[in-house]
Write a protein that binds this ligand. Structure first.
Ligand SMILES: [Zn+2]
Length: 80
């Protein structure tokens, strides 16, 4: 991956904020997180809330590396 983050994507849906305020115990390993990241990013881009993945959200809120990867992916999808 080699995307340059330009500006923070507007990902702070209600669900994201809610997840941030809750227990941040990672429910997924980073590997599991990466496996689901494509679908997760698509759900975020296509309308978020309805397809909210709580386990993913919790992992991302607790894992800056995956969070950054997810944001990059979302930016990529939004740009395309
Ligand atoms: Zn992770």
């Amino acid at each position: 991956m080699n995307q340059t983050p330009q500006r923070p994507p507007e990902l702070l849906s209600e669900a994201s904020v809610d997840a941030l305020l809750r227990d941040t115990t990672p429910w997924l390993s980073c590997e599991e997180c990466f496996e689901r990241m494509d679908a997760y990013a698509e759900a975020v881009v296509l309308g978020g809330g309805a397809a909210h993945d709580e386990a993913m959200a919790r992992h991302l809120s607790a894992c800056p590396a995956c969070d950054e990867e997810a944001r990059s992916l979302v930016e990529l999808l939004q740009a395309g």
